[in-house]
Structure formats: structure tokens, C-alpha cells
Ligand binder design. Structure first.
Ligand SMILES: *Cc1c(COP(=O)(O)O)cnc(C)c1O
Length: 391
């Protein structure tokens, strides 16, 4: 077993070696620009992008022409939400979202608020679940869009996308979902779930960083978006700029593998995750397992170790890569907004660790992690109970 052990797969994932094998030739000999129409280099790059577009679309039940490649989920979310601004008049600018969304959505909504939009931010229950009835009650005649994340990046709670999608469709309101943590991990079908727009990225599903996609439903009624990036008119004018051909091809390969192996991956990681949680429960008292036990990502475990501050725990365990709260907010000292939204106190939130298992997690790594965490939690609790006095 190699140390350190990587259990931070919600922050990013290892690039699958089969994906690396697709990327490398496109960095070496086949470096063409997919927009070069006049020679072999360009045609080959375009073919690689076309194949990737088909693979990504197939994973989510979309058509290839409904996929816009971007630099990642953050850009996709910005395009989906800000792109609505130019097409709406004052008086019809209302968005409904949820308190536990990723900063990509919350901060974009805050920007829209500055542009005169009205934003309703719904709360969640103690498991992090949003109630579709609350969504229905928040809808107004001027509501343009509902944005609800597919699965939470801290506590793994999966949203009832199909129900929310259906009620939006019925009212003629657009439904966007940030599915960065869900695509490739659990089945997502944009048609079945009545999704109009969906943001996701490659690096959370064993693909490269810096590449993502926005699904924009085709057909009537048309989803009208104003592009946020002007230039050469790439991606049907929705996102100008030379395509990241190696990244996009890698994304496609990652999507193909996910489609074939999602079921096996989910089974394997959920068994290991259950073993991890059961191991902690058997060896330690005063734990809280966060999230919704019935609707949870198979590879997530968010655990509050009472009286054991997460930053001290992480510092003491340099051999295990985990995170306290989300990676994006860990530069800020404030407790995670997600953990606060499910009712944890500041102290409880600061004693919470997120374990993110993945395709490459091994049984012995889980056994080691149970031993190490148990040891360190016990030692931290001891110290808190018997403070060391320095004379
Ligand atoms: C990682 C993540 C993002 C941001 O994705 P990038 O591709 O890194 O921009 C957005 N939302 C959620 C839920 C995420 O987990």
C-alpha cells in the first residue's frame, strides 16, 4: 500500500490511465486545431472532438448537438445562469436555488442579484434534502429558472431531480442542475428528469481538469442564452475559443468508461464506504454521519467526530488525504455553509471530515484509515479532556 492515501475524490479524481492513453497522442503528434477545416491535422482534431461529444452525450441521455464544451463546471454554471440575463426584461428576473449549492452557483446568483435579479434560496432538512413542495411554493409568475444541484459535494445528498424537473416543466420554468458530483457516479438522464440545462466537468469523473460541459436542451420551447465568451463562434456560438482537444477527448473517454463501469464502481465504493463508516461506529463514540442515508452518493462519507477538531485531525494524519468541509471553502476559516444548512453548530461543522472514495480506493486503504482516524480521534479527545499544562 502506498502512502499518502487519497480519499478526497469530491475535490478531484485521479485521471484514469485509459483516459491518459487517449490524451497523450493529442498532445504529441496530433496537435491540430479542431476549427482548421483545410488540412488533416484539423480534421483529426475535429474527429476526436466529435467522438467525445457523442460519448459525453450518451452518458446523460442527450444528443451530441446539445453539449457545449467549456473549461469546467464553474464556467458552465456561469453561462447557464448569467446567459439568461440578456434575454429577460426587468420584472421577469427571478431564480430559485438552494442553500447547499456549490459556490459556483451561489456566487453567480449573488452576481445576478446585483444585476437586479430576485433570488429565492431554499433551505434543506437535516439530511440536506430539498423538499420539492418547497420548490413548488417558491415559484412565481416571473420565475425564469430553478437551479438545484444533483448531488452535494460535501455530504453526498442526492436531490429528487425528476420530481423538481417535472414541476418546472409543467409551469414552463427552466430547470438547471449542477451535476458535477453526480454525472458518471449515478445514473442521470436529462430527458427522464426534465432537465433543461446541466453543468458538469471531467475532473470529478476520472478525466482531466479544465474541461467541462453545459448540456442545453434542444427543441421547443427554445432555451435562449446569451454567450458569455465572444470570439470565433466555436461551439455553435455559445462558447468561443479554440477547443481544448486533448482535454475534451479525455472527457469523452472518461464518460465512456463511466457509462460501462458506473454500476460496478458504485457497488465497490459503497461497500468500502459502508465498511469505513461501520469501522468508525464500532471503535468510536459520539459520531454523527451526515447526509441522507437513503439518497446518498455511493462514495461519500461525511462524519462529525465530536470533540475532535477537523483541522487538528487532518494535520495529525499527513498520510491520509481528506478534507474538512469543501476544498473550495477550506481557504476560508468560516464553517462550511452546507454543514450549517443541515443544522450543525459551528463547533460540529469544524469537527467534520469529508471522505471521498473512488474507483482506485483499495480495501487495505480503508482498513488503515479506520485504524489511523480512530487512534487520532481518541488522542485528540484525551488531550481535550486532560489539557497539558506547561510550567
Ligand atoms: C467541483 C464542483 C464544481 C466546480 O467545478 P470546476 O470544474 O472545478 O469548475 C461545481 N459544483 C460542484 C458541485 C462541484 O463539486
Amino acid at each position: 500500500m502506498k502512502l499518502p492515501i487519497y480519499l478526497d475524490n469530491h475535490a478531484t479524481t485521479r485521471v484514469d490511465p485509459r483516459v491518459v492513453a487517449v490524451i497523450l497522442p493529442l498532445l504529441n503528434g496530433e496537435y491540430g486545431n479542431a476549427a482548421s477545416r483545410q488540412h488533416e491535422f484539423g480534421w483529426r482534431a475535429e474527429a476526436a472532438v466529435d467522438m467525445a461529444r457523442e460519448r459525453v452525450a450518451r452518458l446523460i441521455g442527450a444528443k451530441p448537438e446539445e453539449i457545449v464544451f467549456t473549461s469546467g463546471a464553474t464556467e458552465s454554471v456561469n453561462l447557464a445562469l448569467k446567459g439568461l440575463d440578456g434575454s429577460k426584461r426587468a420584472g421577469e428576473k427571478h431564480i430559485v436555488t438552494v442553500a447547499t449549492e456549490h459556490r459556483a452557483v451561489l456566487d453567480t446568483c449573488a452576481r445576478l442579484r446585483g444585476w437586479g435579479w430576485d433570488v429565492t434560496t431554499l433551505g434543506v432538512d437535516g439530511c440536506g434534502s430539498v423538499n420539492p413542495e418547497d420548490v413548488a411554493r417558491a415559484l412565481r409568475p416571473e420565475t425564469v429558472l430553478v437551479s438545484v444541484m444533483a448531488a452535494n459535494n460535501e455530504i453526498g445528498t442526492i436531490a429528487p431531480l425528476g420530481e423538481i424537473g417535472a414541476l418546472c416543466r409543467e409551469r414552463g420554468i427552466l430547470f438547471h442542475t449542477d451535476a458535477s458530483q453526480a454525472v458518471g457516479k449515478i445514473p442521470i438522464d436529462v430527458r427522464e428528469m426534465h432537465i433543461d440545462m446541466m453543468s458538469f466537468c471531467a475532473h470529478k469523473m476520472y478525466g482531466p481538469k479544465g474541461v467541462g460541459a453545459l448540456f442545453i436542451r434542444g427543441g421547443e420551447p427554445r432555451v435562449r442564452l446569451v454567450p458569455q465568451m465572444d470570439g470565433g463562434g466555436h461551439e455553435r456560438g455559445m462558447r468561443s475559443g479554440t477547443l481544448n482537444v486533448p482535454g475534451i477527448a479525455g472527457f469523452g473517454k472518461a464518460a465512456e468508461i463511466a457509462r460501462d463501469e458506473m454500476g460496478d464502481d458504485a457497488l465497490r465504493t459503497s461497500r468500502l464506504r459502508d465498511q469505513l463508516v461501520d469501522g468508525f461506529l464500532a471503535s468510536l463514540d459520539d459520531l454523527r454521519v451526515n447526509g441522507n442515508p437513503d439518497r446518498k452518493l455511493p462514495h461519500n462519507a461525511s462524519i462529525t467526530f465530536e470533540r475532535a477538531p477537523a483541522d487538528s485531525l487532518i494535520m495529525a494524519m499527513r498520510d491520509i488525504a481528506v478534507s474538512a468541509g469543501s476544498a473550495c471553502s477550506s481557504a476560508q476559516p468560516e464553517p462550511s455553509h452546507v454543514l450549517r444548512a443541515i443544522g450543525l453548530s459551528g463547533e460540529e461543522a469544524a469537527a467534520t471530515i469529508r471522505f471521498g472514495l473512488g474507483r482506485f480506493t483499495e480495501q487495505e486503504e480503508i482498513e488503515y484509515t479506520i485504524r489511523r482516524v480512530t487512534e487520532e480521534v481518541r488522542s485528540l479527545r484525551e488531550k481535550a479532556h486532560h489539557p497539558v499544562h506547561i510550567h
